[in-house]
Ligand binder design. Structure first.
Ligand code: DX5
Ligand code: ZN
Length: 216
């Protein structure tokens, strides 16, 4: 199990400092890219991934909340993204997007909004490295976990187990020490946490608390 702090809740005016503060506590950080169309908010682009690559050794998981991400993929790959996920709802040609990410040497993920059913994965699940199940509607940090997503995590986990695939399940939105264990039990192994990490006074302790919550 891995905790991925989302830099959406970090201080954008001191991003490198905030990332360096936690880089020894985690393997990956989560980078939320929003375009103001797919979601009602604008955040950052590939230049931030590239800048952070120079400033820190921690790997980057890029979550693209943008309409038709295909044209943007080369710039994120060149910038050094280690994992990239695209929303199933935002891609006209999903397999092409996944193939571009893999050809570029990054791990490829597909993301489902809370209202998108697990069954929509049937024709793509064999082609991805991970499935990101949104546990809030994307767009903002600090929202409340949608509890009915636990069943969806279970359903996706069953699908992966049935097909015997090496696909990981990531969850994103409202993850804290109460909700993490529910997702872990349902089959998730990658946990994005924005406000639970960066809004805490002691981020090291916040990350440790999340890890401990998974151990029961
Ligand atoms: C929401 C983003 C999340 C966000 C999570 O659209 O995709 O990654 O940063 O923030 P918390 O953990 O505060 O819900
Ligand atoms: Zn995210």
């Amino acid at each position: 199990m891995k905790i991925l702090p989302s830099i959406l809740s970090a201080n954008f005016a001191a991003l490198a400092e905030d990332v360096r503060d936690i880089e020894n506590d985690v393997d990956l950080i989560h980078v939320d890219v929003m375009d103001g169309h797919f979601v009602p908010n604008i955040t950052m682009g590939a230049n931030v991934v590239q800048a952070l690559k120079r400033e820190t050794k921690v790997a980057q998981d890029v979550h693209l909340m943008v309409e038709e991400p295909v044209n943007l993929l080369p710039s994120f790959l060149e910038a050094g993204a280690d994992m990239i996920s695209v929303h199933i709802e935002a891609c006209k040609h999903l397999h092409r997007a996944i193939q571009i990410i893999k050809d570029g040497g990054a791990k490829a993920g597909v993301v489902l909004n809370p209202s998108t059913p697990a069954s929509s994965l049937t024709s793509i699940i064999k082609d991805v490295d991970y499935v990101l199940i949104m546990t809030v509607d994307p767009g903002f940090g600090g929202q409340r976990f949608i509890h009915s997503m636990v069943e969806k995590i279970q359903a996706v986990h069953e699908m992966i187990t049935f097909l015997n695939l090496p696909v990981e399940i990531e969850v994103d939105g409202g993850i804290n020490s109460e909700t993490l264990p529910l997702c872990l039990q349902a089959g998730a192994s990658l946990f994005v946490a924005g406000s639970a990490v960066f809004n805490s006074r002691d981020r090291h302790k916040a990350i440790e608390d999340l890890i401990q919550s998974g151990k029961g």
